[in-house]
Design a protein around this ligand. Structure first.
Ligand SMILES: Nc1ncnc2c1ncn2[C@@H]1O[C@H](COP(=O)(O)OP(=O)(O)OP(=O)(O)O)[C@@H](O)[C@H]1O
Length: 263
C-alpha cells in the first residue's frame, strides 16, 4: 500500500525540483599547498554530486561526519559557491548571480533553520519572525502568520525578547521566522540538534505538516534517523558523493542503510 501511495507523488514531485545541483564539485585548498608541497591539502567536499530537491517534498541529507552534507546544503542555498558544476534554486543558476544578488535570493526566496537560532536579542519574538519580510519590504500574509504562530504555540510569547524565552521557544521562533514568508525552500542544518526530544518531535511534525498541508519544500541535514524518518526521502552522502537514497524512510530503514554504509 505504501509503495503505491508513494509512487504517484514521487513521480509528480520529480517533475519540478525546487532546487538542484548538477555535477557539483567543491574543493578546498589547492594542489601543492600542503606542508610538503604535495596535493594532500586538497579536500573534495563535493565530488560530482547531482541531486534534485523536489518541490513540495521533505528531503533529508545524511552521511558520516565530513561527508559533505553542510557543504551541499550551503552551495544549493547560495551560502557558498561551487568550484564547478551548477546549483539552481528553481530556474535560477546561482553562478549567474553576484554576491549581492545571492543575498537577496536567500532573503526573498529561502528560509533557514540552523542549530544556532540567530535571533536578534533586542527584537521581540514577533519582530524577529517578521524581520526577513520587513527587510525585503514585503507584507506578511496575516492568516499564514497566525497559522505558523499558533502551530508553533508562540501566540503568548510574541512580545518577549529571546532572553526571556527558553531554548525550545527560541528555536520555535527561528522556525516561524523561516516559514513566515512562505519561502520556496526551507533549509535546515541539524535543526533539532539543540532541542529536547519533545520540542524536536514538535518541530519535525510541524515541518511535515508544512509539506503535506501547505506544499512547503524542506531540505534538512541531520544525523538522526528518527528526524530523517519524517522526510519523504533521504539522500546519503559519503566522501562527497551520493552513495544511496531511500524513499519513504523509516527509522529502521535509515539505521539499516547507515549500518550498510559503515556509519
Ligand atoms: N572552509 C573549509 N575549508 C577547508 N575544508 C573544509 C571547509 N569546510 C568544509 N571542509 C571540509 O570539507 C569536508 C566536508 O565538510 P562538511 O562540513 O560539508 O561535512 P558534513 O558532512 O556536514 O560534516 P558534519 O556532519 O561533521 O557537520 C570535510 O572534510 C571538511 O573538513
Amino acid at each position: 500500500m505504501t509503495d503505491i501511495a508513494l509512487a504517484a507523488p514521487a513521480a509528480e514531485r520529480s517533475a519540478r525540483p525546487a532546487a538542484r545541483v548538477s555535477h557539483a564539485r567543491k574543493s578546498y585548498g589547492s594542489v601543492g599547498a600542503g606542508a610538503d608541497g604535495g596535493p594532500d591539502a586538497v579536500v573534495h567536499a563535493l565530488d560530482d554530486v547531482t541531486v534534485d530537491f523536489p518541490a513540495g517534498a521533505f528531503t533529508a541529507i545524511m552521511g558520516p561526519s565530513g561527508s559533505g552534507k553542510s557543504t551541499l546544503m550551503h552551495c544549493v542555498a547560495g551560502l557558498d559557491t561551487l568550484t564547478s558544476g551548477q546549483a539552481f534554486v528553481g530556474d535560477t543558476d546561482l553562478a549567474s548571480l553576484s554576491d549581492k544578488q545571492r543575498t537577496i535570493l536567500r532573503r526573498d526566496r529561502l528560509g533557514f533553520v540552523f542549530q544556532a537560532f540567530n535571533l536578534l536579542p533586542t527584537l521581540t519574538a514577533e519582530e524577529n519572525i517578521c524581520l526577513p519580510a520587513d527587510l525585503a519590504g514585503r507584507t506578511l500574509d496575516r492568516d499564514w502568520f497566525d497559522t505558523v504562530v499558533t502551530t508553533l504555540r508562540l501566540g503568548d510569547r510574541l512580545g518577549h525578547r529571546p532572553a526571556q524565552l527558553s531554548g525550545g521557544q527560541q528555536q520555535r521562533v527561528a522556525v516561524a521566522r523561516a516559514l513566515a514568508s512562505r519561502p520556496e525552500v526551507v533549509f535546515g542544518d541539524e535543526p533539532t540538534g539543540a532541542l529536547d526530544s519533545r520540542t524536536s518531535t514538535e518541530l519535525l511534525r510541524f515541518l511535515r505538516t508544512a509539506v503535506d498541508d501547505l506544499g512547503q519544500t524542506v531540505v534538512m541535514v541531520t544525523h538522526d534517523p528518527v528526524a530523517a524518518s519524517y522526510a519523504d526521502r533521504v539522500v546519503f552522502l559519503a566522501d562527497g558523493r551520493v552513495v544511496d537514497g531511500l524513499e519513504a524512510p523509516t527509522r529502521d530503514s535509515v539505521l539499516e542503510t547507515m549500518k550498510r554504509l559503515g556509519e
